[in-house]
Design a protein. Structure first.
Length: 120
């Protein structure tokens, strides 16, 4: 509010030059991270990633049943996750199986689920 002091903002403008110079190039490593979290910010995609973290591999039909959606909806979300580098797939005959792209993705979703449990 205008004219009202806030206790969550510095009252003067200053910064630690050495910290800023050290951190500025380091934080560039975070470029692209928001894109990953944006993909996981959708409840359905988060559930899909969590299911894949628990089961190793699921076919598109399994994913559709788990999320209570159609195979078209599951395919859409899985394709997005694959394009983001979070999931990968393999085709076996007429079935398509998805799994997590790597252990980093598993750690992300498991940490997120654990944190959500602590909050509730």
């Amino acid at each position: 509010m205008p004219g009202q002091a806030r206790d969550d903002v510095c009252e003067i403008q200053c910064f630690d030059e050495s910290k800023v110079q050290r951190l500025k190039p380091a934080v560039r490593d975070a470029d692209g991270v928001a894109k990953i979290f944006k993909a996981l910010a959708d409840d359905t995609r988060a559930k899909i990633i969590y299911a894949l973290a628990l089961e190793e591999e699921l076919c598109v039909c399994d994913v559709a049943a788990v999320i209570g959606g159609t195979t078209a909806t599951a395919s859409h979300h899985l394709r997005l996750l694959r394009n983001m580098g979070l999931a990968k797939y393999r085709k076996e005959g007429k079935l398509v199986f998805y799994s997590l792209d790597d252990e980093h993705v598993r750690h992300l979703i498991m940490a997120g689920v654990e944190h959500a449990r602590e909050l509730s």
